[in-house]
Write a protein that binds this ligand. Sequence first.
Ligand code: COA
Length: 216
Amino acid sequence: MGQVENGVHGAHSSQLADHPDSSQHVGECCLDDGTSIRFRPIEPTDVSAYGGMLSLCSPKSLYSRYEQLITTSPHEMAEELCGQNSDCNLTVIAEIIDDDASSIIGAAQLLSDQGHEAAEYAVLVADPWQGKGLGGSFTSFCLQVARARGIGRVIAEFLPDNMRMIRILETHEFDLQRDPQEHVVSGQKVIDYKGAGMPPDRRAGESPEQYRQSGE
Ligand SMILES: CC(C)(COP(=O)(O)OP(=O)(O)OC[C@H]1O[C@@H](n2cnc3c(N)ncnc32)[C@H](O)[C@@H]1OP(=O)(O)O)[C@@H](O)C(=O)NCCC(=O)NCCS
């Protein structure tokens, strides 16, 4: 997994703790291959760079992220997705720090209810950048952001063959639950017990160990 600075896996102090305002959700990480990455909220001016990132994603990756066949062009998708950040809908992008032109290589979304009781988490890493630790670092960072926003619990839903996502959520101590009828796996992590409205001993889902056994 890449190292998050100002984050869970870094030795540095948390910038988020000092700047809990949503517009300050920025951080950095170093990928396994040494590339330095910045996390920041998406901006309306990111359409071109975001479209570039989407064009590097295979149909399989897009299907894994959106759970449907994507027919819109990368540019149209980028236009739709850029600049819609709000109190309940935050898209964080990962960009290469040293590039002259802005190079976005991944994006993650936290979509919460008005009361911030729960947020859906989803992440997409462009194909050439997968397997270098970015998905894990993104998740560490977004959990920090969720905590800073006072979100009670974070939920992620994905296809059962998504071994990287299973590994990432296990590492971040999500409770995983397989729904054979829906053909999805969902993971839940309680961030703030008060915000989640339930005590820790009533968390839904099974442990990673139970999850592994149920899949055998
Ligand atoms: C799923 C996804 C976000 C993971 O991000 P990534 O940057 O490729 O993953 P990472 O490099 O952080 O690897 C995550 C973990 O999976 C492990 N891993 C890598 N390839 C693996 C494989 N084929 N099988 C099992 N585990 C694997 C890594 O070792 C790592 O575990 P570790 O931290 O314990 O070493 C990314 O591959 C992606 O965007 N896929 C398409 C979209 C998607 O599936 N989104 C998730 C749905 S919300």
